[in-house]
Design a protein around this ligand. Structure first.
Ligand code: CTP
Ligand code: CA
Length: 225
């Protein structure tokens, strides 16, 4: 059966997808953020729902409409995203971490707006590490047989860096994007290689984010057994 006329191969499954980019506040009006649009994560959520899954979408600061038939949990920071993902992952068959999670957050939060002062240089911003959600859920699986997927954008030595990252994170699959022209944050299309912990390598040609999403669910489905 051709994909597109949707086959409900994920019926009875609960999948969790994280999407978007976390924002780490400095004060009530400022944050450290990133350029993730959330489009790839939303495409994953839509396609999983179309394939019959119950979907929890943990959405960090996206400007996209809630996909139909999906439970959307909105979060701001990496710490909030961690809580929402851990909660949803407790009974999930698969977790796909498409969100761009900030590696660091400001060590201090100013409850009032930070003001500039005449004749004074700005204070440096001190950062602390955020939790690594993907590594944590992979090391401490909520369910046996749970399939966990990470995403990585790399600029150099894409496959070697991807393999090393897959091993470090301990997930089952890692979708590696080469960041460059036509493959940037916010784009409608994508090109990637999906690396498997079993040594597999699945190239996904340049195309819509839905096509990459379908390949991810094909690979997840094969591992769910
Ligand atoms: N990730 C996460 N928690 C973090 C950072 C990243 O869960 N604090 C997840 C992302 O959602 C993604 C994967 O880990 O699925 C890889 O993110 P990436 O930033 O490429 O990995 P890092 O280990 O942070 O490596 P780098 O130093 O290259 O940023
Ligand atoms: Ca990172």
């Amino acid at each position: 059966l051709a994909r597109g006329v949707t086959e409900p191969d994920l019926a009875g499954r609960h999948v969790v997808v994280s999407a978007g980019g976390t924002r780490e506040p400095l004060d009530p009006v400022r944050f450290l953020g990133n350029r993730s649009s959330g489009k790839q994560g939303y495409a994953l959520a839509r396609t999983a729902a179309a394939r019959g899954a119950r979907v929890t979408l943990v959405a960090a600061n996206t400007a996209l409409a809630d996909p139909a038939g999906v439970d959307v949990v909105r979060v701001g920071t990496a710490v909030q995203l961690r809580e929402a993902v851990l909660k949803a992952a407790a009974d999930a068959d698969a977790v796909v971490m498409a969100a761009a999670v900030a590696d660091f957050r400001p060590a201090a939060y100013a409850t009032g707006k930070i003001k500039k002062k005449d004749d004074q240089e700005p204070e440096p911003i001190v950062l602390v590490r955020n939790p690594d959600v993907l590594a944590e859920i992979s090391a401490d699986r909520a369910r046996s047989g749970q399939v966990i997927v990470g995403f990585a954008a790399e600029t150099d030595d894409v496959l070697a860096n991807g393999r090393a990252k897959l091993a470090r994170k301990g997930c089952d699959l890692l979708v590696v994007n080469e960041v460059g022209e036509r493959k940037t944050f916010g784009a409608e299309e994508n090109e990637a290689v999906v690396l498997g912990a079993d040594g597999s390598e699945t190239p996904v040609p340049h195309g819509p984010k839905e096509a990459l999403a379908e390949t991810v669910w094909d690979l997840v489905g094969a591992r769910l057994g």
